[in-house]
Design a protein around this ligand. Structure first.
Ligand code: HEM
Ligand code: MG
Length: 333
């Protein structure tokens, strides 16, 4: 059955995390990496199983221990992803493409496709991965990384800083509008895309530095090789919802942009004024959207599957309830 949520860290200070117990190792045949450089790196350093297949508890523990992601943020993103992309019966999820290692899946329309499944958590206009429309939404893309390098040289003094993040985020949106007729950038992708542009600054800058800027070689190491620099310290103190919100606000102020989608053709971006649905808070809208996607995958779950889904949905709501003024959904009473 579903697992209980692991606790927050007691010590959230900066410390060496590229340590003797967590050496980087190259990929072996059968091991999966995917669209998330954070989880890829945790797997390649053994904070997650090196196979790239993990339980929700392993994910929550690893992102806290390895990168000091705050408990609430960790629980929220883990269960959002796990409900849509994981195997509710075995508690296993691939951080890459669909994997046999996650065990016998529940019946269709459930996908259990791992984090690379387009239209669940994974979405368009990623900074270093292409849009699913072009065929590969999970591999490191050198051309896209070079754009980040160029932008960082132009506005970041040779490093990825908040100004570079703002420009990189905006450029990728413009590119998807101009080239991807199926481009979707509404709830939930609008929110996750902006937060993910902050993540390199939040998590990949050494915890002993007070600089809000990331060396591009270090950045490439994480994004391309899933590798921490030698002697890497995790951030000092947790990264929580408040800090995430401030970063996102900076990016949006730099380039105001409204959620929407290309309506069947390139250069045909239409705003989606209903992107919040019946909610007023973005967090609640995100929560309800992820629950709705889950319900589409599980129209009529029975038995152990229903029990597991309900437990994981309850776990998903814990950080949402703590942070926002949101109503819980009970899709499987
Ligand atoms: C992107 C999942 C934690 C850094 C993504 C994506 C997924 C994902 C599905 C792909 C979205 C897309 O670009 O289409 C998760 C989950 C996490 C988690 C489930 C926690 C359990 C982290 C952590 C870090 C991180 C701890 C940093 C240390 C990033 C970055 C991207 C990303 C920078 C954007 C990649 C790009 O745009 O090229 N994550 N992530 N994530 N994630 Fe994570
Ligand atoms: Mg993507």
């Amino acid at each position: 059955g579903a697992q209980p949520i692991p606790p927050p860290l007691t010590d959230t200070s900066a410390k060496l995390v590229n340590d003797r117990a967590h050496p980087w190792r190259p990929l072996l045949p059968g091991q999966q990496r995917g669209p998330c450089p954070g989880l890829n790196t945790l797997a390649s350093h053994g904070y997650l199983p090196r196979s790239g297949v993990a339980t929700p508890a392993q994910l929550i523990n690893a992102v806290q221990e390895g990168f000091n992601m705050g408990w609430g943020v960790a629980v929220l993103v883990t269960y959002a992803a796990f409900l849509m992309d994981g195997n509710q019966l075995t508690n296993l999820m691939s951080i890459g493409i669909k994997s046999l290692l996650t065990g016998p899946p529940p019946p269709a329309p459930a996908i259990v496709g791992g984090l690379s499944t387009h239209g669940t958590f994974e979405g368009d206009a990623s900074m270093t991965r292409g849009d699913a429309f072009f065929g590969d939404n999970h591999s490191f893309n050198e051309t896209l990384f070079q754009q980040i390098v160029d932008i960082s040289n132009k506005v970041g003094g040779g490093k990825y800083n908040l100004s570079a993040a703002a420009d990189a985020r905006f450029l990728r949106i413009q590119q998807s509008i101009a080239t991807n007729p199926t481009f979707v950038f509404s709830n939930p992708r609008f929110a996750t895309a902006y937060v993910e542009a902050i993540f390199p600054l939040a998590f990949f800058v050494d915890g002993r530095s007070t600089e809000q800027a990331l060396d591009l070689k270090v950045m490439r190491g994480f994004f391309q090789d899933s590798r921490m620099p030698r002697d890497f310290f995790r951030r000092n103190g947790t990264f929580d919802f408040g800090t995430a919100g401030e970063g996102v606000q900076f990016l949006m102020n730099a380039h105001p942009f409204f959620p929407g989608f290309n309506d069947g053709a390139v250069d045909n971006f239409v705003p989606d004024p209903d992107f919040l649905g019946n909610d007023t808070e973005i967090l609640c809208a995100l929560y309800h959207k992820f629950v709705n996607i889950t319900v589409e995958l599980y129209p009529n779950p029975r038995g152990a599957l229903r029990t597991a889904l309900n437990k994981n949905l309850d776990n998903f709501f814990v950080p949402v309830q703590a942070e926002g003024n949101c109503l819980q959904s009970h899709p499987f009473p």
